[in-house]
Design a protein around this ligand. Structure first.
Ligand SMILES: NC(=O)c1ccc[n+]([C@@H]2O[C@H](COP(=O)([O-])OP(=O)(O)OC[C@H]3O[C@@H](n4cnc5c(N)ncnc54)[C@H](OP(=O)(O)O)[C@@H]3O)[C@@H](O)[C@H]2O)c1
Length: 497
């Protein structure tokens, strides 16, 4: 039986979304754990005026690639960018590059997507659905094709309480939906969006559900795989713990909590928080590609739910408790208040508490800073945080049952030779305190660009804030008590001296 690195040996690979959080981790994993992989063509667009070679350099200069650079720096040359745009027909590839792919590529990873929950329906359909169609059409024409992997999301069927590793019917034919967004004007589509997406909470998951159907329909007689990750979080161990490259998922809100500017959470503390480390996902993606290509089954795409469901359970409440403990031991240097969080399920109460304990204090501080001539993004953060909280309430206010038998099988079937690089054991036995502590340090280092641990000045500031918090809380409690005792009702009830 061929091991995973042997399977990738000399194979030309096409990756879309290779500049994103998951895509970069996948590139690194392939180049490091499958050292004899052939050329990896990465379809990318020009961004912010940067040439493609500069974009590749920006990626490989990241600390994510340090381990690879020490072990096998030559392999970085295997990343070959191809100019493209997934929003264009034919993926915006030149005829020459298209021909090159058709002749050479044998393994495809389609990761590119818009992951914005608030993106327009048109954009989401064009990017997430139509580009999947274009990838599948291209794959059908590849002479050497061994496998196509489409990255979906575990929430692509979130309008059902149970998601098994199977396909579910969609409410509309994806061909009709592409037709609609191609031919109807933007404002009409915007008006119709709530009606079209129906029971789905946003355009992102809706479009991802249709994209799965594209893969099913166009994947007939092709070796095709769908991997559905849950919330992709920082790396657990591979190539090192705590690699962070995305403000998505719970990251931005958690940083707001760490700074002390977000104090209310509208999640259900008992709801399951299904996160999966980015390195666990890349292992599943590579093993699933290997398994599908070698088993020879072309009847129907295989589906893998890359989630923590039966590997490791966590709730939003326990996540918060662990994080608050970590923040006590290693606070941010520039906190605005001592971190704390209250779970509030009621929307009205959440709004009220957000105004009282987040917006008003931020407005006061914003005013003070403005008087001192300093610009402050505090009110902007509050606005973004509030809108973000409403957008994710659907996902952190309830639990789903995600079955992942196929992933379990994948683990069981791993060859001994693949266990070191592709096993998922470390996630099953993860110590969440350690994992989130590494994650937090990684977020500080790689996203916030500040030291991973509190500096002496940071500790001095923290102690000041600690006492200020006690004084303010004491003063508020005292004022409240005084007001109650001096109220007319108290005067009437208390015996006169
Ligand atoms: N992150 C999660 O928690 C999560 C969870 C479940 C599933 N997923 C799935 O995982 C995949 C990767 O997500 P991610 O977190 O890595 O997202 P990401 O960081 O936002 O990356 C998105 C990628 O898509 C590319 N892209 C966007 N528009 C494009 C276009 N018009 N043409 C070419 N490329 C384009 C981006 O390229 P640029 O650099 O040029 O923008 C980037 O490489 C997606 O399919 C997503 O649905 C993610």
């Amino acid at each position: 039986m061929t091991s995973i690195p042997e399977f990738f040996k000399n194979q030309s690979v096409l990756v879309t979304g290779g500049t994103g959080f998951l895509g970069k981790a996948l590139l690194e994993k392939l180049l490091r754990s499958c050292p004899d992989v052939g050329i990896i063509y990465v379809l990318m667009r020009k961004k912010k005026g940067k040439e493609l070679t500069q974009r590749v350099r920006d990626i490989t200069d990241m600390p994510l690639f340090d381990v690879l650079k020490r072990a096998n720096p030559e392999n970085l040359k295997k990343i070959v960018p191809l100019l493209g745009d997934c929003k264009q027909l034919g993926l915006g590839l030149s005829p020459t590059d298209r021909q090159l792919i058709k002749e050479k590529v044998s393994i495809v990873f389609h990761c590119a997507a818009t992951i914005r929950f608030d993106d327009t329906l048109k954009n989401s359909i064009i990017l997430n659905v139509r580009s999947t169609r274009e990838v599948m059409i291209l794959a059908r024409n590849m002479k050497e094709l061994k496998v196509v992997v489409h990255v979906s999301t575990i929430f692509s069927n979130c309008n059902r309480k149970v998601t098994d590793e199977v396909f579910y019917p969609t409410t509309i034919d994806w061909k009709e939906m592409i037709d609609v967004v191609e031919n109807i004007d933007d404002s009409t589509i915007d008006i119709l969006t709530p009606k079209i997406i129906g029971t789905f909470p946003n355009t992102y998951v809706y479009s991802k559900s249709l994209a799965e159907k594209v893969v099913k329909d166009l994947g007939v007689n092709l070796p095709t795989v769908i991997v559905r990750p849950s919330m992709v979080f920082t790396s657990l161990s591979d190539p090192f713990p705590g690699w962070a490259d995305s403000w998505g998922g719970p990251v931005a809100i958690s940083v707001g909590v760490a700074k002390g500017i977000i104090r209310n959470c509208n999640a259900d503390r008992n709801a399951v928080m299904d996160i999966i480390p980015v390195d666990t996902v890349t292992k599943i993606i590579c093993s699933a590609a290997h398994e599908k290509a070698l088993c020879g089954d072309r009847m129907e795409p295989s589906v893998y739910n890359a989630c923590s469901y039966s590997l490791k359970k966590l709730t939003w409440g326990s996540y918060t408790e662990i994080c608050l403990k970590i923040l006590e031991e290693n606070p941010l240097d520039d906190i605005l208040w001592i971190p704390g969080i209250t779970f509030i399920k009621n929307d009205l109460l959440f709004w009220l508490m957000s105004i009282l304990f987040q917006v008003l204090p931020s407005a006061v501080l914003h005013g003070i800073l403005k008087l001192k001539g300093t610009k402050s993004p505090l009110l902007y953060f509050q606005r973004k945080g509030y809108i973000g909280a409403l957008g994710v309430k659907y996902f952190n206010g309830q639990s789903w049952e995600f079955k992942n038998k196929n992933v379990q099988e994948l683990r069981k079937n791993l060859l001994p030779a693949d266990r070191k690089e592709f096993d998922l054991d470390d996630f099953e036995s993860v110590n969440f305190k350690q994992y989130f502590s590494d994650a937090y340090k990684g977020i500080r280092l790689y996203l916030m660009k500040q030291p991973a641990c509190t500096t002496p000045d940071g500790w001095t500031h923290f102690r000041r804030m600690y006492w200020l918090n006690i004084i303010v809380n004491g003063a508020v409690a005292g004022l409240f008590l005084w007001t109650v005792l001096h109220s007319r009702l108290a005067q009437n009830l208390l015996p006169s001296a």
